[in-house]
Design a protein. Structure first.
Length: 396
């Protein structure tokens, strides 16, 4: 009989909880069940737990288990709302002409892990990535096991979660008699897909412009090095047009949805009267070109904030490939080219699709089964009722 591997996932985002059952059979991955619970379960970047949320979660899980004829005891949580802290740190060891072995690398990683946790006492580690390796003061591409050296330096990026937030996530899952097997950042999963799609790109900035926020992630040599969230999204464009042109927000949205801003001839015409609610304003002459100028001013500012003047990414401003995706299909259709012009980089633009979402979940399953080449995975073990941590390194 072919071997089967079935895992239960829960994505937590601002607007919903999403259960997924993913199957591996004959090395082929497939989503066999998906249940979406539409509700607000996040407030000010923190998970909300109340009786209604727990009730709906239990009800959905019970229905899912009945359909699959399987009782789940463990769950993998995908975080798609949390702005994690990330820290990049380095350590080194004088090798005195000896060979570098696994113990040397583990020593440096454990030292860095201890330093980070000592300085971030109210946080827990979600992800750790091997980011840089220095052999006798020269950068090398991979962990130089069995290489002879006088000096070895190792750099890591840590992605952290507040301990209280992790306890809330555990409590939510425990309310359904589920133990959290692992927590994975959604931005990491998206990054893996970008790396696998754009082969040969050493530096990738993945920017996702949602309606209410922007998520930015930076990857170098397949390692997740930096992440940042911004509390504005594409809806700011609709608000700008509404404010400057004295339109209602809904009419601003309808104007942009109804207009093809890629048609140069149309931009010479004026906003139609139907978009003005106030009769006193209906005779105003506002050209569609002026509307695009308003939008371009905001796009220019967004590009500066995200990348051009982002001091946190000053180390990554050369030879970078940008993947820019939009949640709003109308902003993508009308203005993705404008973003390309202002970013002035090697860039591809996309609109978020259902297929891409499904790919993210399949990638999450692959990550759990196979690991990722640059990740050093923290594992919890219990010993004499005390929780301690150690590392299982993936040496590539």
């Amino acid at each position: 009989m072919p071997e089967k591997n079935v895992k239960l996932f829960l994505e937590i985002n601002d607007r919903s909880l999403i259960f997924l059952v993913i199957l591996e059979k004959d090395k082929i991955l497939s989503i066999i069940q998906k249940e979406i619970i539409e509700l607000t379960c996040v407030e000010n970047g923190k998970l909300i737990i109340n009786d209604e949320i727990k009730k709906r979660l239990k009800k959905t899980l019970n229905e899912l288990e009945k359909k699959s004829s399987k009782i789940f005891h463990k769950i993998i949580v995908i975080l798609n709302y949390y702005n994690s802290n990330n820290i990049n740190v380095s350590s080194s060891k004088n090798m005195l002409g000896s060979k570098i072995n696994n113990d040397d690398v583990t020593f440096l990683i454990n030292k860095l892990k201890t330093d980070v946790l000592n300085n971030e006492k109210n946080k827990d580690i979600i992800h750790i990535f091997n980011t840089n390796f220095i052999l006798d003061f020269k950068e090398v591409e991979s962990i130089p096991i069995n290489s002879t050296a006088d000096f070895y330096g190792h750099s890591l990026s840590f992605f952290l979660i507040d301990s209280d937030e992790k306890r809330r996530i555990n409590a939510l899952c425990n309310s359904c008699n589920l133990d959290v097997e692992r927590i994975i950042l959604k931005n990491f999963i998206r990054g893996i897909n970008s790396i696998n799609t754009f082969l040969g790109k050493k530096k990738i900035v993945d920017i996702q412009i949602n309606n209410k926020d922007v998520q930015l992630s930076f990857f170098e040599n397949a390692a997740f090095k930096y992440s940042e969230s911004f509390n504005f999204g594409s809806d700011i464009i609709y608000k700008d047009v509404a404010k400057v042109c004295k339109l209602s927000l809904i009419n601003s949205q309808n104007l942009i949805k109804d207009t093809d801003f890629n048609d140069a001839k149309k931009k010479g015409s004026n906003i139609e009267e139907k978009y003005f609610d106030n009769n006193n304003l209906k005779n105003r002459q506002i050209s569609l070109q002026h509307v695009e100028d308003i939008i371009n001013a905001r796009i220019s500012e967004i590009c500066d904030i995200l990348l051009k003047k982002n001091i946190n990414l000053s180390f990554a401003n050369k030879n970078v490939f940008i993947k820019l995706s939009f949640e709003d299909a109308y902003i993508y259709k009308n203005f993705s080219k404008n973003f390309k012009i202002y970013l002035d980089q090697n860039i591809e633009t996309f609109v978020e699709t259902q297929d891409e979402q499904e790919d993210n979940y399949i990638t999450a399953m692959s990550l759990v089964i196979n690991g990722w080449k640059s990740e050093a995975l923290p594992i919890k073990v219990e010993k004499r009722s005390l929780l301690s941590k150690f590392f299982r390194m993936i040496f590539k």
